[in-house]
Design a protein around this ligand. Sequence first.
Ligand code: ADP
Length: 411
Amino acid sequence: MKVLVINAGSSSIKYQLYDMPGGQVVARGVLERIGDKLSRLTHRRGSETSTREEAVVNHEAAMQRILQILVDPRVGAIEELAEIATVGHRVVHGGEEFTGSVVVDDRVLASIEKFVDLAPLHNPHNLVGIRAARNKLPGAVQVACFDTAFHTSLPEVAYRYALPYELYERYHIRRYGFHGTSHRYVARRAASLMGMDKYQLNAITCHLGNGCSMAAIRHGRSVDTSMGFTPLEGLVMGTRTGDFDPAILFYLADKGYDLTSLNSLCNKKSGLLGISGVSNDMRTLEQLAHEGNARARLAVEIFCYRVRKYIGAYMTLLNPLDAIVFTGGIGENSPLVRRQVCQDLDHLGIRLDPQGNEMGRGREGVISAADSDVCLLVIPTNEEEAIATDAYELSVEAGGSAKAKGHWDRT
Ligand code: ADP
């Protein structure tokens, strides 16, 4: 069965076509700059890459182009669109309603629409992607996978803020958490690598990419996570502040900053970029720090310091702690960050194997010393594969029919 995974952003759509249940990627690509004069479609089948540049006015037209290239006799991967039985869509916000992936029906669409208010930068594009796929592939089962779903298991004590009680009831202000598909994927993978049942594992998962978040996972379920009402809270990120005193905003407002500039300051100009003043890219900062740039070095140090603080906090929730997992572009590829995060934590039973930690890019494996109480793991995340698996399983459950309605929690 062919499963198409769609990740629709504001100006791009990423796609991967899977052959399930085996999980082989038969084609993948990205259509960027939707709505610009010239959009670019980069399509890969095996080791062959083809690019096309042409005007693509909107997401509907973009889906049309993607489907066209998938059946292209020269570079495509399937003979006809009817081979695509299921489409799995990444959706950022599922509020408190979606505790797992679901088959999309009109009710589900209406709910995703309702959560546009909570994720105005993401859910509208995700919705357009779903609608476009529904129009173009009416025979396929459409499945929505939510970034928030894995964290719906957070207990009230972890998801409530110490704000006036009624704000939760009136505006649904609470911790939602994001990157859920990634945290779930690496936690399940860690359990499998360690020979444990997925509902036995206690782990701290660190998704360190451009956006960064951590999760405390008890018996396979998320019990706390560092991102909050929005992805701004928690760790230091490429351009986001992470945790800081909100009174700084009142102070700056008093100095003349308006809402728009404060939003941009916190989300786009802070984090690694803000501290270093030169880059949000960890590779660049590591290089500059190595060359003696003090601010680049400070940015890396603050980044790692914050991860360490969360490890300390989450260890109070997990007894025993079986594993710490590193994933995301930085977590998977930066021995330096992993070393700084784990150094001098012997008293917590965390001991890194310096050689194992130097493992090459994109590799999966154990990086803890033989005498470490906590297993330290690097696991490349694969959110697309997780979405394809959910979509496949839900589609089988729904009998492979686009008309089937269903809600099956993929936890
Ligand atoms: P996104 O959150 O946009 O998906 P990624 O997960 O791809 O981002 O992570 C991007 C980050 O990973 C960047 O800061 C990049 O510098 C960092 N990164 C990628 N490779 C390396 C590497 N070899 N060493 C250090 N950092 C790396």
